[in-house]
Design a protein around this ligand. Structure first.
Ligand code: PMP
Length: 383
């Protein structure tokens, strides 16, 4: 038989037009993308080295500096999801054998500890139950004990629904010669963060939550202290793709003329940046949702209001109900995504996210109506 004949026929599924249903994305992300931003993604593709692309990238950099409240030059949007930024932050600033301290109070600390372990760091964890809060005294004690080069904290702990306080921790990290790394994937745009004023050395987020862009872009910023550490390291970072010496060159941040290329999906992202009023707006809509949930007889997982994450609300699973059945019912009858817990919060919570464009009282009403309907119709005591 001739080697030029096709033995694998084209798959029938590829010949059908693509169909994507509409869904209310009221889980912890991705969230629905407004038409203006969807339309930006449909603009023509241009070359990654074309001058217009650099203009777009410069504009994006300014937008991220604003959203992070930082003047850091080393500010970029990476290609990849939030996980890419997590790995980028750790791979670039930590060398094998160095001590890393991770605050674990939900899945995201667990993940970061694993990422750091995989690249050969000596990882120390401070562990609390999902939604637990670390005091500055506890953090300082652990910094003094483990002398880490890096301390990780999640600002918006989306698996637990917690907005962790950040004030004062950056100062403690400076005192102990530690870099302070903060994850704001689930909180940026929904809860206040001030990278420079709060002495955060490395900050990252994701595009698909309150920023309302499609998934696949992760803004990240490094201050001078972080640059000093990452650009004087002795070993090369374990990842080529995520190596900041390449990425900073492509973004024109290193002052050198040669610019490398990398694949980017930036145009849809660049119109999705937040405005500062979004903090107030998220808080108002979240409070409206919380009152509605309590009126339904539901209990909020994070008791203290000030510690609740405005973008992702966690509801304690109502007694006697099977949470999977509730979520399946809501998807089937209301075309609406809500989710269960993640990692250590699994079997503990149901998560409802109203972020960015989705953050509107009428969406809170839709979510409340769907939950009320599910509570009426899902059989009790199967948990
Ligand atoms: N950190 C937090 C706090 C998150 O909520 C998420 C996403 N749920 C991530 C990191 C990972 O981001 P991604 O799913 O975009 O990889």
């Amino acid at each position: 038989r001739s080697m030029s004949s096709l033995t694998i026929p084209p798959p029938a599924c590829m010949l059908r037009p693509l169909e994507v249903p509409f869904r209310y994305l009221f889980g912890p992300g991705p969230s629905n993308v407004p038409p203006r931003i969807l339309a930006a993604g449909a603009r023509p593709i241009i070359g990654h080295l074309h001058p217009e692309m650099y203009e777009i990238m410069n504009d994006i950099k300014k937008g991220i500096q604003y959203a992070f409240q930082t003047q850091n030059n080393m500010t970029i949007a990476m290609s990849g999801s939030g996980h890419a930024a997590m790995e980028c932050a750790i791979f670039n600033t930590v060398e094998p054998g160095e001590s890393v301290l991770v605050a674990v109070n939900g899945i995201w600390g667990e993940r970061v500890a694993e990422i750091a372990e995989r690249m050969g760091a000596s990882v120390h964890t401070m562990v609390k139950a999902p939604g637990g809060v670390f005091t500055n005294e506890e953090i300082e004690k652990a910094l003094a004990k483990h002398k880490p080069v890096l301390f990780f904290l999640t600002h918006g702990e989306s698996s637990a629904g917690l907005a962790h306080p950040v004030d004062g921790i950056g100062d403690l990290c400076r005192k102990h010669n530690t870099l302070f790394l903060v994850d704001t994937v689930a909180s940026l745009g929904a809860a206040p963060i001030f990278m420079d004023q709060q002495n955060i050395d490395i900050l990252y987020t994701g595009s698909q939550k309150a920023l309302n862009a499609p998934p696949g872009t992760a803004p990240i910023s490094f201050n001078e202290r972080a640059c000093q550490k990452m650009f004087t390291r002795k070993t090369k970072p374990v990842s080529y793709l995520l190596d900041m010496s390449h990425l900073s060159n492509y973004w024109g941040n290193d002052g050198k003329p040669a610019r490398l290329g990398t694949v980017s999906d930036l145009q849809a992202f660049c119109t999705g940046l937040i405005s500062k009023t979004s903090w107030k707006h998220h808080k108002e809509v979240a409070e409206y949702l919380w009152t509605g949930l309590e009126d339904l007889g539901l209990k909020l997982f994070i008791r203290e209001k000030d510690l609740r994450l405005p973008s992702v609300t966690t509801i304690a699973i109502p007694q006697g109900y099977n949470w999977r059945e509730i979520l399946q019912y809501i998807m089937k009858h209301h075309q609406m995504e809500m989710t269960g817990g993640l990692g250590p919060s699994i079997n503990m919570v149901i998560r409802v996210g109203l972020m960015g464009y989705n953050c509107q009282k009428r969406n809170a009403d839709l979510a409340l109506a769907a939950l009320a309907d599910a509570l009426r119709n899902c059989k009790k005591s199967k948990a």
